[in-house]
Design a protein around this ligand. Structure first.
Ligand code: UD1
Length: 451
């Protein structure tokens, strides 16, 4: 059976109090909409339609970065969930199969739940997804069941006191044959307490036609809607707990799991050790057997087997750390390749650079990569010894086996095996220190007397 996804993402999300459309608010550094798209991808949909409204251009851009084949239907005015789904009709012209409706602000639907919805479609014309709420909440529609048949869904605003007490509530997600879905939507009216076109009305309409509807149940955590910043923080926390547990199960050591912040796309190999208070920004892969020491911040990088990063290291986008590379405390690396066994152990900035295998970058070394207008590259060969506090003024190349003297400002290329020295010559002036201190002592005494 072919499947198409319709993801509703037109809402403004007033309670977010943000310029960003609600569905683009991030959870684990990834927009909620992208989480929803990834959840739906498990059904291998033939087509995906995003219904956008508020911030439609930005929503479309983000959706297409994730999957360029998606269609975006614009809902100019938000007249209700059924009206929103109706906007996807044109994009689904000619499609034969089931439509699964997801919400862009319900990012955590499990693959198995979607599969159960599709499986239930074999026996029912319309399948809704519901969950039992722990506490009675006005924001959800109530499922009116008769055995496994769903008779209707009553929105809280339209419900009687008795119906409001029902704990089985609507997540809003559904699965239905495409032709039937749009046929039923044509019949939906907006004569209700909100004056909106409710998608939930499909249930009563289907039953009235002698068709069958059911509701399957999932965990409340899966359908956690995100309406406010507090909801967003709670959803992120829930995501972090799940992602940390998954890593622990995969054989990653997290010394203090609660203090490690992960992105949705973080990949960490087995037997890697993550010390406390480490932040993984987007697009980080750490291979097996690496160590990320405390208080390090990584984004957009690849850390190979056996590498050690931190404590207190900052690894920025475009960084490739080869096997057994060592990045120590207070070191920032950006857009650089650090080859096998190379070391940048203390207080350095290495940007737009490549550091050859087994080279050692001394404490305080900086690649001066930016001239105020443009970025330039630094190339350091293999087995190079860069003395402490060397300034590498890019563009510059140090050949294999070269060396720089401590405190050197390198402005010219250094040939292989050469020593570069560029600093003022030292002079020692015997007795000058004590004379100087005597002079200062006398000056201070005069000042204190005068005071
Ligand atoms: C809807 C359901 C309710 C369910 C609840 C779960 C209806 C009538 N009610 O409530 O039974 O318990 O979801 O969260 O369906 N949207 C649009 N365009 C619109 C309206 C909404 O794209 O015109 C999108 C929103 O961006 C959001 C989703 O649809 O992603 C749900 O809208 P929301 O207003 O949160 O849901 P309710 O209508 O309150």
């Amino acid at each position: 059976m072919n499947t198409a996804l319709v993801i509703l993402a037109a809402g403004k999300g007033t309670r977010m109090n943000s310029d960003l459309p609600k569905v683009l608010q991030p959870i684990a550094q990834t927009p909620m909409l992208v989480h929803a798209m990834r959840a739906g991808a498990v059904l291998s949909p033939e087509r995906t339609v995003i219904v956008a409204g508020h911030g439609a251009e930005e929503v479309a851009r983000v959706a297409k970065v994730e999957d360029e084949s998606v269609s975006v239907a614009v809902q100019e005015e938000q007249l209700g969930t059924a009206h929103a789904v109706a906007q996807a009709r044109d994009a689904l012209t000619g499609f034969k199969g089931d439509v699964v409706v997801l919400f862009g602000d319900t990012p955590f639907i499990e693959p198995t739940t979607l599969e159960r919805m599709i499986a239930a479609r074999k026996s029912f014309d319309l399948v809704m997804l519901g969950f039992d709420i722990a506490e009675v909440q006005p924001r959800y529609g109530r499922m009116i069941m008769d055995g496994d048949r769903l008779q209707k869904i009553v929105e809280y605003k339209d419900a009687t006191e008795e119906q409001r007490a029902i704990r089985f509530t609507n997540s809003g997600l559904l699965a239905c044959n495409s032709d039937l879905l749009f046929d039923l939507i044509d019949q939906v009216s907006n004569e209700n307490a909100s004056g909106e076109f409710y998608l939930t009305e499909l249930v009563a309409l289907a039953n009235a036609r002698g068709l069958t509807a059911t509701a399957i149940k999932c965990d409340e955590a899966e359908t956690l809607g995100v309406d406010s910043r507090a909801d967003l923080a709670a959803a992120d926390a829930a995501f972090q707990t799940r992602a940390r547990n998954a890593l622990l199960q995969q054989g990653v050591t997290l010394m203090a799991p609660d203090t490690v912040y992960l992105s949705a796309d973080t990949v960490i190999g087995r037997d890697t050790v993550i010390e406390p208070n480490v932040v993984f920004g987007p697009d980080v892969t750490v291979e097996s057997g690496a160590t990320i020491r405390a208080f390090s911040h990584l984004e957009g990088c690849h850390v190979s087997r056996g590498a050690i990063v931190g404590p207190y290291a900052r690894i920025r986008p475009g960084t490739e750390l080869a096997e057994n590379a060592r990045i120590g405390n207070f070191v920032e690396i950006k857009n650089a390749v650090i080859a096998e066994g190379a070391k940048v152990n203390h207080l350095s900035y290495i940007g737009d650079a490549s550091i050859g295998a087994a080279s050692n970058i001394g404490a305080g070394t900086i690649t001066c990569n930016y001239d105020g207008m443009m970025k330039h590259k630094t190339t350091v060969g293999e087995n190079v010894f860069v003395g402490s506090n060397t300034m590498l003024v890019a563009p510059v190349t140090l050949g294999d086996g070269a060396m720089t003297a401590t405190g050197t400002v390198v402005t010219k290329d250094v040939e292989p095996d050469a020593l570069a020295v560029a600093r003022a010559k030292q002079q020692n002036k015997p007795g000058y220190a004590s004379k100087f201190f005597d002079m200062l002592r006398a000056k201070k005494a005069r000042r204190d007397k005068g005071a």
